[in-house]
Design a protein around this ligand. Structure first.
Ligand SMILES: [Zn+2]
Length: 360
């Protein structure tokens, strides 16, 4: 096949046209092969130069070179343009938008029992109470004797105690309680003695903390639980003060309409002792399974500090009086949310805990 001007011009025009339609580097490379490859369209045409008439050769040769150079340049430019565009796209995709809002970091929230204890601290803070903490590992002396519960007192049976073993005997057949009477505190009341001995009157302290008892675990009992103890010691306090305070606290926690009542109770370290009830939050006082058909739910025990305990704390009962109360935040949280099983609190189950996302 002989080379002619028309064919060369057709290849030039076709190359320009098709190049204009390429959108990827790969498509341009393909076109380059198609035109300039070993058996490409333009390569094949150029091979025909030798069979052209001798007088036409110089002119055809000049045009052929021109077309080849032009096609090669056009392909090179097109490739460069496409690579630039791809780089721009990548830069755009990877660009940092400094105005974009940050991704929220997953943060935890308070356990519902911790929330209730926080609320208690805030409520009592308004009444002038400060937090005073005591150790979880206590002595029998502080846990019992100084609180008017001597070793032979039948009330000791009320607290099933976990004893700390004598060093080296734990977990063995010979395991025995430490001789110094080290125990895990069964209630937060030992801090009454510690607060009285550490502080100057008037004393108004709140003691939140963990307690331990040798209990079989069921829906309403755990071997560990929380208490929040309160203690007031002053020259002129009375059961009426205690009643007024607890009524206000119940309203702050459970709403202004909550019903309250005192009824007689028994604790060795208070005299007189009372149980403090609120009207059942489930049935509104009608009587239901949750309140044992009574219409009332006990939320704490309280009383006037026993003279023996005042003396143990270093106070003359003729000069000072005091009142104390112990709350069960686990049970109070169950009441607050209508939770039926205390074991859920220690289950570490997110499906349970996430129902209280803001801690309430
Ligand atoms: Zn009820």
């Amino acid at each position: 096949m002989s080379l002619n001007t028309t064919d060369l011009e057709a290849v030039r025009a076709g190359a320009r046209e098709r190049l204009g339609h390429t959108t990827t580097v790969e498509a341009v490379e393909e076109l380059r092969q198609h035109l300039l490859g070993r058996s490409g369209e333009l390569t094949t045409l150029l091979k025909g130069l030798g069979s052209a008439a001798p007088e036409e050769r110089p002119e055809l040769g000049r045009l052929a070179n021109e077309v080849r150079t032009e096609v090669e340049d056009a392909i090179g430019e097109r490739l460069a343009a496409l690579r630039d565009a791809a780089l721009d796209d990548r830069l755009e995709a990877e660009a940092l938008d400094m105005s974009a809002p940050g991704r929220p970091m997953p943060v935890g929230h308070l356990h519902p029992v911790m929330t209730l204890m926080r609320d208690l601290r805030e409520i009592f803070h308004a009444y002038g109470f400060e937090v005073f903490e005591g150790p979880e590992i206590e002595t029998e002396e502080y846990n019992f004797e100084l609180l008017n519960i001597p070793a032979d007192h039948p009330a000791r049976d009320l607290w099933d105690t976990l004893y700390v073993a004598e060093p080296g005997t734990a977990g063995t057949d010979q395991g025995r309680p430490a001789e110094d009477g080290t125990i895990l505190r069964t209630h937060t009341s030992p801090t009454q003695i510690r607060a009285m001995r550490a502080l100057e009157p008037p004393i108004r302290v709140l003691t939140p903390g963990r307690c331990f008892r040798y209990e079989a675990v069921d829906a309403s009992h755990g071997f560990e639980f929380f208490q929040v103890e309160g203690l007031v010691v002053d020259r002129d306090t009375s059961l009426a003060d205690l009643k007024g305070l607890l009524e206000e606290v119940a309203r702050a926690l459970y709403g202004r309409d909550v019903e309250t009542r005192f009824r007689p109770g028994y604790y060795p370290f208070t005299e007189p002792s009372v149980a403090f009830d609120i009207g059942c939050l489930v049935c509104g006082g009608e009587g239901c399974a949750a309140c044992g058909r009574s219409g009332w739910m006990t939320i704490l025990g309280a009383g006037m500090v026993h003279p023996t305990v005042l003396r143990a704390g270093g106070y003359d009962p003729d000069e000072f009086q005091g009142y104390a109360f112990g709350m069960g935040p686990d049970r109070m949280t169950m009441l607050r949310h209508g939770i039926g099983d205390i074991r859920l609190f220690f289950s570490a189950d997110r499906r349970f805990l996430d129902q209280f996302p803001d801690g309430r």
